[in-house]
Design a protein around this ligand. Structure first.
Ligand SMILES: Cc1cc2nc3c(=O)[nH]c(=O)nc-3n(C[C@H](O)[C@H](O)[C@H](O)COP(=O)(O)OP(=O)(O)OC[C@H]3O[C@@H](n4cnc5c(N)ncnc54)[C@H](O)[C@@H]3O)c2cc1C
Length: 505
């Protein structure tokens, strides 16, 4: 991006601001020595963070004989980003794929992810995750998670392989997992903020310092408690998208005014603490924006899941030209970049719209919500859409006709979109419309781990003894751009992997 583009983009993003809370990374104590320390508590396994990675690790630990595992969560509520997520879970070779005759495999899923990762994803880890994704899905089903009886094909995935919870939200998974944790004997402790590591003379992680009871953003609340973890510490504290200083250090365009889909606790201080200990930082600048977000609501909102469901049989239109400008199911980076390029004649941002046939949109429960809360609108004609969004009517009409011809032929001559999920799904009145604009969503960067979920040391290249990490706090797995619905399997599989490694299973 040249300088002019860069400044225009930054100003433009400011204009569309949503969250606007600036978090400085709270200052943390550096690691202290275990020698002569008073241990307040002792566990076998200490897990920091109660998202998918932490919860899956807790359950797996008990399965493998752990007698004392505690999950420490700094917020008052459990679940982090996992609880507010879209509930979309990708896995290959699943019962639903078999039932629907969809040919998929670990190789095909990994190939899709490597393509989206643009040559710098970690193939070994992706393969490990895809190979165990079905086990992770089964863990959620065994715990009581409920999924729709159909699969979605998300952007960048070559086949339908994505399950969605019936509540269209990650809480449809975290709540059953929390329940399961309690049932099997995992201890959960909220308002418990990780403050730093406690190390043996040899530099191994022997325990952690927890601030308890902690009240978010009051860094002096509570007292420090020293916890010994005889089998190790798992850091599962998620990403840092809400730490504006840190994300701007990687990408200065991601100012406080840029919308963000994440929970407030995604501030990254535990990741920084691992760097202080010597962990390898990987791909911190790869911060993903979600192309399905709307400038008309805060956070993930209703439009995101609505758009994810409808993109395969909808068209995204540039309001300046009345034409499509992208493959609506390309990977996230491709689409987010294409949306950011939609501007008016003066170069100012002009959020594109997505047009869907109401008959198809209403198949998903989010349609009702989008219309009810005024973040999407119903129209009887293309004329009405053109008038409302100031789009030239004739090119718009022509575009819809052309696209419908691609639906008929099963071949998108304009952008090469797979029409498998658009069969017989013409764009026809009445229509529903939402506006699109990317929001900061996911951090591909973090600490480097190996296939045992051990955190690697930048000096030696070897595992830091006693330290494990899983979930979004890890970096390098997805490369430049993660595919949608691939974080849940990653978090859960790597959390389960970490628990098995710690238990020597
Ligand atoms: C709105 C939204 C929708 C999404 N939808 C999907 C989807 O449908 N499918 C998909 O695959 N991915 C999705 N993602 C991405 C995915 O949800 C996240 O990558 C994933 O939830 C991360 O899980 P985690 O266990 O690593 O961390 P989190 O779920 O973020 O959990 C980390 C926890 O650690 C806590 N924590 C942080 N620091 C500390 C500390 N110092 N001490 C103690 N606790 C701490 C946090 O408060 C948090 O509760 C979505 C993300 C968002 C934000």
């Amino acid at each position: 991006m040249n300088k002019i583009d860069f400044l225009t983009r930054r100003n433009f993003i400011k204009g569309l601001g949503a969250t606007g809370v600036v978090f400085a990374a709270p200052s943390m104590a550096t690691a202290i020595a275990a020698d002569g320390i008073h241990w307040d508590e002792q566990v076998e396994m200490a897990i920091i963070g109660s998202g998918f990675a932490g919860l899956a690790a807790g359950i797996e630990a008990i399965k493998h004989g752990c007698k004392a595992v505690t999950i420490y969560e700094k917020m008052a509520v459990y679940g982090g980003n996992s609880a507010i997520n879209g509930g979309l879970f990708a896995a290959p070779n699943t019962p639903l794929q078999q039932q629907k005759g969809i040919n998929d495999s670990v190789d095909i899923m990994v190939a899709d992810q490597l393509k989206s990762g643009r040559g710098v994803a970690d193939e070994k880890l992706l393969r490990h995750i895809a190979s165990h994704a079905r086990d992770a899905l089964q863990m959620t089903i065994d715990a009581g998670a409920e999924y729709y009886p159909y699969l979605q094909q998300l952007g960048g995935h070559s086949v339908p392989r994505t399950y969605q919870t019936k509540v269209s939200c990650g809480a449809g998974i975290t709540q059953p997992l929390l329940h399961e944790c309690r049932k099997v004997g995992v201890t959960l402790q909220n308002r418990s903020k990780f403050e730093g590591f406690i190390l043996t003379k040899e530099g191994a992680v022997a325990g952690i310092r927890i601030r308890y009871p902690y009240y978010f953003e009051d860094e002096n609340s509570g007292n420090i408690v020293n916890i010994r973890a005889s089998k190790g510490v798992l850091v599962a504290t998620g990403g840092f998208a809400q730490n504006v200083n840190l994300r701007m250090a990687q990408d200065p365009t991601l100012t406080a005014e840029v919308g963000c889909t994440n929970a407030k606790g995604a501030t990254g201080e535990a990741m920084l603490e691992m760097f202080r200990l010597g962990a390898v930082p990987v791909h911190l600048a790869y911060i993903q924006s979600g192309p399905w977000a709307s400038p008309d609501e805060g956070g993930f909102g209703y439009v995101s899941n609505y758009a994810i469901f409808n993109f395969p049989h909808s068209i995204a239109v540039n309001c300046l030209t009345g034409k499509r400008f992208m493959n609506e199911i390309a990977d996230r980076k491709t689409r987010a970049d294409a949306e950011l390029a939609c501007r008016d004649a003066a170069g100012k941002p002009l959020p594109p719209i997505m047009i869907t046939s109401y008959a198809h949109a209403k198949e998903h429960p989010t349609c009702e919500k989008v219309l009810k809360y005024g973040v999407g609108w119903k129209f009887d004609s293309l004329q009405a859409i053109a008038k409302r969004f100031n789009i030239p009517l004739q090119p718009l009409q022509q575009q819809v006709d052309e696209y419908n011809a691609y639906v008929k032929a099963g071949d998108d001559k304009q952008f090469g979109k797979s029409m498998a999920k658009a069969k017989d799904m013409y764009i026809a009145a009445p229509y529903t419309v939402v506006r699109l604009w990317p929001k900061v969503h996911y951090c591909q960067g973090g600490v480097q781990v190996n296939a045992n979920a051990e955190v690697l040391d930048s000096n030696t290249g070897k595992a830091i003894k006693g330290l494990y990490a899983a979930g979004e706090v890890c970096g390098g797995i997805h490369g430049v751009s993660r595919l949608g619905s691939c974080s849940i399997p990653e978090c859960m599989v790597m959390g389960m992997t970490a628990a098995r490694s710690m238990m020597g299973a």
